[in-house]
Design a protein. Structure first.
Length: 810
RNA sequence: GCCCAAGUGGCGGAAUGGCAGACGCAAAGGACUUAAAAUCCUUCGGGGGAAACUCCGUACCGGUUCGAGUCCGGUCUUGGGCACCA
């Protein structure tokens, strides 16, 4: 078959066939398949896109054949840093480069022959889209879920700008090599922590990979414990620490503040000031990852201050150390050397006291002992278990107001301000009189100006644009300034799935009546690298909009699948700099899209990915050729031996067909495309075997061939259409119901059993297909071969696995 | 460093705790052909054995079990994420 020629032939016919498109009037049997949209970074669709989009399209086509009204939209996550970097380097405007990339990628996506509903496309950089991203910001603001606070950014002094983590290489700015430091700026945050508990609670019901749910669970990081107040000596202030181990409170050796903690300046004594300042400066250079490394040496300096342990009145020194993070808990921790590895090392190093207050339940004094045990040296609490003590100590402190139960989350609020140009402007005006004032909804969008200057030093173009920055306060009319920042692109992608089904709505982001019927997404497909951020943000936004009565569902993505990562031939991640990028276009030009798609399905496990290799791509063309030959032959000879009585050979062929239907169906449901193709190959092999008989019934073979065309259609859509037409099919295969298997044709009267002695396979015997364990055992014992095998042995135990094996333990 | 995965022939990969290597690729041998391509047939984890057969084998070490690639504990390696790449 000419695989290249049929690509364009059928792509064109499909685009003209409205029956193949999503029907917006039918929502009861809708099936929303969504692939994470892509960032138009390079000028080309790369292999990874192809892998994800083509194979998910096969799944969508399968669902279509199962009778669903499939909705499969496509769009672009078009704002982002790379386009801006490109502009700084080349002077080409991000909008121009982005739109150009999009047009190339759209062409490649249509060449793929995927049944995307292009009428519903969206670009996040489009005014008609980001208008509603800004609307979303305003709703969150109204609801009290958007707020401002001081937060650190990576600051490059020479570029005079904040830079992304990605642009920090070895602690230096990737552009100019200047050492970066953390600078605190007032920025917008979304209060995702308000939803921490619900985001956690809803996880179990989601049909998501367990590992992804676990990662989100750990990311949210709920810990149940308590807060304890340590009063400062010579001050009215107190240090509040969060702990999950209040049972160790009697053993506190020191208290540590994060170097950024607000009290550090106030409590540091004059003789310690220079050391503390130097330490803080050094700590500002390290990333959180470096600071938390347990392999790193535990550094810290004494502030000179002391505080009082509320449970026993002991005087405790206050230190600062970079392993204590300002962003988690209260930014202060109590150090219990005897029962925490990190604290133990810290105390040994700085010669602080170590006091054992927990003893293992079965005794022992080896320190540090970090497990639960029994309280000792803890006054009236002695003898309580850690579990009891944790609660009892906090309850005691609650009476005096020096402590309280507290649930803490590792999850932090979502920082959405970006000091960049290529993003959705933040719809806020800063007025000297009224402060931060939201732009009225009727004035949206706040349009991103085009005529900006991309200075080589990387300063934010928006803040330098007078026409954009100067405005009047919507509240009092005074001269005011716009917020110079743009929104994190994750904000744009946190709601796009809600826009697709109603993408042309100019009055609202979406019509709730439509969206409540179209959502949740039935199958969401995308990379596992989004497990913690995008997927969590999208869940949060859905819940927030639900609480504002825009939506009536709790979760955006009912079912989720991650595709694996396709690596370069060298086994490394594909990248321009590594020179290992594979362009799918050359394979399409050589083999056609069906061969390429089927090869991707067969050669690489969808959820695993792996290094690219084109070994064997020819074999897939061979398989399709082989299938074509038998399908054509069966059709041409369809009248031959049509009245032949069915016998064992026919039953075998029908078994092969029905087994294939059963397996391929369940494989498609689980995205196990590689085994689905293997089962199709087996069916083709069975057809050849039958064809080799002298008196083969071609009417039957042709019937099987007809089913094969349908089964193969989601994997090789153009190929299947072509053969369907050749066989006289009048309408598209994708409007033809997917074959169902007949379970009566899958019943076999006998089964081959493996007979084991002490779990080692010795012989094989054919027994009846009974499920009755006792009957199978009796039948086996009657077999002469088994009798011979067991002669002279005494059987202690017999294990029968119906349909599989019998194990005699002797 | 922390969280989450993965590790099976020369290669891609199959295996609800039940016959490891389905289905393919590559390789070798053969048929057809003047020849090539295409197609078809056979072999194909390792050791031992003439053969029947037997022993070993799913990164490494240990455990649970009649039985472990699969479950548990530990180790190593690789990949993803670690909050301003998307």
């Amino acid at each position: 078959m000419d695989y290249i020629k049929i690509d364009s032939k059928w792509n064109e016919r499909w685009s003209k066939n409205d029956k193949l498109k999503f029907d917006p009037k039918r929502k009861d049997d809708k099936y929303y398949v969504l692939e994470m949209f892509s960032y138009p970074s390079g000028a080309n669709l790369h292999l990874g896109h192809w892998f994800n989009y083509a194979l998910t399209d096969s799944f969508a086509r399968y669902k279509k054949m199962r009778g669903f009204n499939v909705f499969q939209p496509m769009g672009f996550d078009a704002f982002g840093l790379p386009a801006e970097n490109y502009a700084i380097k080349t002077g080409i405007h991000p909008k121009d480069s982005t739109l150009k990339n999009i047009s190339v990628m759209e062409r490649q996506l249509s060449d793929m022959g995927a049944m995307f509903d292009w009428d519903y496309k969206l670009y996040t950089c489009d005014e008609n889209y980001y208008k509603w991203t800004q609307w979303l910001f305003l709703q969150l603001y109204k609801k009290g879920l958007a707020y401002r606070k001081l937060a650190p950014v990576n600051w490059c002094d020479s570029c005079n700008t904040a830079i992304a983590n990605e642009q920090v290489v070895d602690g230096k700015c990737e552009r100019c090599g200047t050492e970066i430091e953390r600078k605190h700026m007032t920025q917008w945050f979304f209060k995702i922590t308000d939803y921490a508990e619900e985001l956690l609670d809803c996880l179990p019901e989601l049909d998501w990979p367990e590992k992804t749910k676990l990662m989100q669970k750990n990311w949210i990081g709920k810990s149940v414990g308590g807060e304890v107040d340590f009063a400062l000596e010579n001050s009215d202030e107190k240090i509040t620490v969060f702990t999950t181990r209040a049972d160790t409170l009697f053993g506190v050796s020191f208290v540590v503040l994060a170097p950024e903690h607000r009290l550090v300046d106030a409590i540091t004594t004059p003789e310690n000031k220079s050391a503390v300042d130097a330490y803080r400066k050094e700590a500002a250079k390290a990333s959180d990852i470096e600071r938390q490394s347990t392999a790193k040496e535990k550094t810290g300096v004494f502030t000179g201050a002391y505080c009082i342990n509320p449970i026993n009145g002991e005087r405790v020194p206050v230190w600062i150390a970079d392993y204590c993070l300002a962003t988690y808990g209260t930014g202060a921790v109590m150090g219990v050397a005897a029962h925490d590895e990190r604290d133990y090392v810290f105390c040994k190093k700085h010669n602080l006291s170590i006091k054992q207050v927990i003893r293992p339940k079965n005794g022992g004094d080896a320190l540090p002992y970090t497990e639960y045990g029994v309280m000792v040296n803890s006054g009236k609490f002695d003898g309580l278990t850690s579990e009891q003590g944790k609660t009892a100590v906090i309850e005691q402190l609650e009476k005096s107001g020096l402590g309280r139960k507290k649930i803490n989350y590792r999850l932090r609020d979502w920082s959405v301000s970006r000091q960049r140009y290529w993003g959705a402007p933040i719809p806020i005006v800063h007025c000297p009189h009224c402060g931060a004032v939201p732009v009225p909804e009727k004035d949206l969008p706040v349009t991103l100006p085009y005529d900006v200057n991309f200075t080589p030093d990387g300063r934010s173009p928006l803040s330098l644009h007078e026409g954009y920055m100067n405005c009047v306060c919507p509240k009092c009319g005074a001269a005011a300034k716009r917020d110079p920042d743009t929104l994190d692109t994750f904000v744009c992608s946190s709601w796009y799935y809600l826009r697709y089904p109603d993408n042309k709505n100019s009055k609202a982001p979406f019509d709730s009546k439509i969206i409540n019927k179209m959502l949740p997404v039935d199958k969401y497909v995308g990379g596992a690298e989004h497990a913690c951020m995008h997927l969590l943000y999208a869940r949060f936004i859905t819940k927030a909009l639900r609480d504002m009565d825009y939506l009536n569902f709790d979760e955006p993505f009912k079912s989720l699948v991650h595709q694996g990562l396709i690596l370069g031939e060298d086994g490394n991640k594909m990248s321009k700099s590594a020179g290992n990028v594979i362009n799918p276009d050359k394979y399409i030009a050589l083999y056609g899209s069906d061969v390429f798609r089927t090869y991707l399905m067969f050669g690489i496990r969808f959820t695993e990915g792996g290094p690219w290799s084109d070994d064997g791509i020819r074999s897939v063309a061979k398989f399709l050729d082989r299938a074509e030959r038998i399908i054509v032959k069966a059709h041409e000879n369809r009248k031959l031996n049509a009245d032949k009585k069915s016998g064992g050979d026919e039953a075998e062929l029908e078994y092969a067909l029905n087994y294939c239907i059963k397996e391929v169906t369940s494989d498609f449901e689980t995205f196990s495309f590689n085994t689905a193709i293997a089962r199709l190959m087996e069916l083709v092999n069975a057809m050849y075997k039958y064809d080799a008989l002298p008196d083969a019934n071609y009417a039957l073979l042709n019937e099987v061939a007809g089913k094969l065309v349908l089964l193969i259609a989601p994997a090789a859509p153009h190929f299947a259409e072509e053969l369907n037409e050749l066989r006289g099919g009048k309408q598209s295969v994708f409007l033809t119901p997917y074959p169902q298997f007949d379970k009566n044709k899958l019943v076999k009267s006998t089964v081959e059993y493996a007979v084991q002695i002490n779990s080692r396979v010795k012989i094989k015997v054919t027994l009846s297909a009974s499920k009755d364990v006792k009957a199978v055992e009796r039948e086996a014992l009657d077999c002469p071969e088994v009798k011979e095998l067991l002669s002279g042995l005494s059987v202690k135990k017999t294990i029968v696995i119906p349909g599989r094996l019998i194990n005699f333990v002797v």
